[in-house]
Design a protein around this ligand. Structure first.
Ligand SMILES: Cc1cc2nc3c(=O)[nH]c(=O)nc-3n(C[C@H](O)[C@H](O)[C@H](O)COP(=O)(O)OP(=O)(O)OC[C@H]3O[C@@H](n4cnc5c(N)ncnc54)[C@H](O)[C@@H]3O)c2cc1C
Length: 487
């Protein structure tokens, strides 16, 4: 269905360059000229991977502006410890193929100490009811199989796999599901640090502790004047190419209002939502349990209905070697009147010392209780009863109206790369390439063909937006294929 949408609109986007505003072919040519400087706003996974891709293509004048004094910014989405990496995307073959290329590249990436950044534990999707036709799991299973991934439906499991998995999960609760050995979780903060170091090695310049407050884009047709960014430290920066990679911060009212004057479609296309994640300490579990939990796959129990995803146990050097199990919820998320409050995260123990800005929005004790009940459902009582809450916090996504990334020109020379919708980390190793290809308007024969299709899906932002709404209903081009449960 995504493919059909792309085919239907491909000629239009090829002609126009962007559906936000028509970008003439003369403008596109101007964007290829010489070694004009590229400014990237935001040093999360979008911004850093884009900067690296430009530097790898020989651009020598690439600058990243980041409001935080350190990278990764601790409150940014790319600053969390771990992220799921998977290619299970319902019926969407375009997204699945891009995610599979990303997994291939993840496998080669190493931390500074030589250990892999990807923990390829596999993905386990389990369902307490038989599969329905339009459910995410059977659709993803069929798409992955067609792409050559060795997925195994529950009825096909060997006794060895069943025994291994039943050490970890209450299998008796579930009647169907599948195991996908490809994917797992990545050390997200370590990867963001890796990208930062690679950028420095390639002479990308950084302006840290500098927030862009005002965007003054040149709109006169055919103008050769540069765009201008006004920073909080009083600096004014000019560039011919600007890439906006500001994560959820782009949906802060004071920023979005400015961008909407240039691209009205953005108004109801992007929104900031905050999502809970909790880390559970396994130190009090038996040695066997600790071992099994570290060898466990990522578990998604009735993902369509519950929205929960559970990481394996992970021994974290940054948490005094504790083995932590992370539980996240991919739902509709919380919305804050004052967006700044959403970013003031963290509450530490069962007593729940949440920041005061959260108290009117998040009922932490009740959220912790519901997270605990899912652990009780998925794991044997002997395991779940021993897990102790280590940390609970909110982390913000920039949701797009249909959960597909928005990578599109909003003006000649200004590209939006946003709308991660809680998915972008998986695509980390391909994201920069896709964004830089889009900024440069490279034709298909100069791109990886699968990544080009993915780029087209993300490039049709304004068009997709017209087909989507924020009513919670899925539309025909959703990347997540109904994986959002209600809060
Ligand atoms: C709870 C949660 C769970 C998630 N789980 C997964 C998962 O399992 N798998 C997965 O693939 N993805 C997951 N994601 C999504 C993933 O983390 C994000 O898609 C990705 O990190 C987004 O990267 P980004 O660069 O767009 O944003 P960010 O990482 O937020 O980076 C944006 C940067 O821009 C800077 N910035 C913003 N505004 C300005 C400004 N005006 N001036 C200067 N600097 C600015 C910010 O300080 C920040 O450093 C999850 C996200 C959340 C919140």
């Amino acid at each position: 269905m995504n493919e059909a949408f792309i085919k239907q609109h491909l000629s239009r986007i090829r002609r126009s360059g962007s559906l936000f505003r028509l970008v003439s072919s003369r403008d596109v040519l101007r964007m290829h000229d010489g070694d004009a400087n590229v400014i990237i706003v935001g040093a999360g996974v979008y911004g850093l991977s884009t900067a690296l891709s430009f530097a790898q293509r020989g651009f020598t004048n690439v600058c990243v502006i980041e409001q935080s004094a350190e990278i990764p910014h601790r409150l940014s989405a790319s600053g969390d410890w771990t992220r799921v990496v998977r290619a299970d995307y319902g019926a969407c073959a375009v997204t699945t193929r891009a995610a599979l290329i990303a997994i291939e590249r993840w496998r080669k990436l190493r931390r500074a100490d030589g250990l892999p950044l990807l923990h390829e534990t596999g993905m386990l999707f389990v369902n307490s009811k038989p599969w329905g036709d339009q459910q995410m799991e059977p659709l993803a299973f069929a798409t992955l199989k067609a792409c050559g991934v060795p997925v195994l439906r529950m009825s096909e499991w060997s006794s060895e796999l069943r025994t291994r998995l039943s050490n970890i999960v209450n299998l008796s609760t579930y009647v169907d599901g599948y195991f996908n050995p490809w994917g797992g979780f990545a050390e997200a903060r370590a990867y963001t640090e890796y990208l930062y170091k690679e950028c420095l090695r390639k002479n990308v310049r950084f302006m840290l502790g500098t927030e862009v407050r005002e965007f003054q884009f040149e709109t006169a047709k055919g103008s050769s004047l540069p765009h201008r960014l006004l920073c909080t430290n009083g600096q004014v920066l000019s560039a011919n190419r600007i890439v906006l990679c500001m994560g959820a911060y782009i949906a802060k009212p004071e920023i979005l209002q400015q961008l909407v004057t240039y691209a009205p479609a953005l108004k109801s296309m992007l929104r900031l939502t905050a999502h809970p994640i909790m880390y559970w300490d396994l130190s009090t579990c038996s040695a066997d349990t600790q071992r099994w939990m570290q060898e466990a796959p990522v578990v998604c129990p009735d993902m369509n209905d519950t929205g929960y995803y559970i990481f394996p146990g992970w021994r974290s050097d940054s948490h005094a070697g504790k083995i932590l199990l992370k539980l996240g919820h991919h739902g509709t998320g919380y919305q804050f009147k004052n967006a700044a409050d959403a970013f003031s995260t963290t509450t530490t123990d069962e007593i729940c010392s949440a920041p005061s800005s959260h108290t009117s929005v998040v009922n932490w004790p009740s959220r912790i209780a519901s997270f605990r009940s899912i652990l009780t459902e998925v794991y044997p009582a002997s395991v779940s009863s021993r897990m102790k809450l280590h940390e609970a916090k909110l982390c913000c996504y920039c949701d797009s109206a249909d959960e597909v990334f928005c990578i599109d020109d909003i003006l000649p020379g200004v590209t939006l790369a946003s709308g991660d919708s809680g998915h972008a980390f998986k695509f980390g190793p391909v994201l920069g390439e896709v964004i830089a290809d889009a900024v440069l308007h490279l034709p298909k024969d100069q791109c990886d063909p699968d990544l080009y299709d993915f780029q087209m899906l993300c490039r049709l932002s304004a068009m997709r937006y017209q087909a989507a709404s924020h009513t919670g209903k899925q539309n025909s081009v959703s990347m997540g294929d109904a994986m959002r449960s209600k809060l």
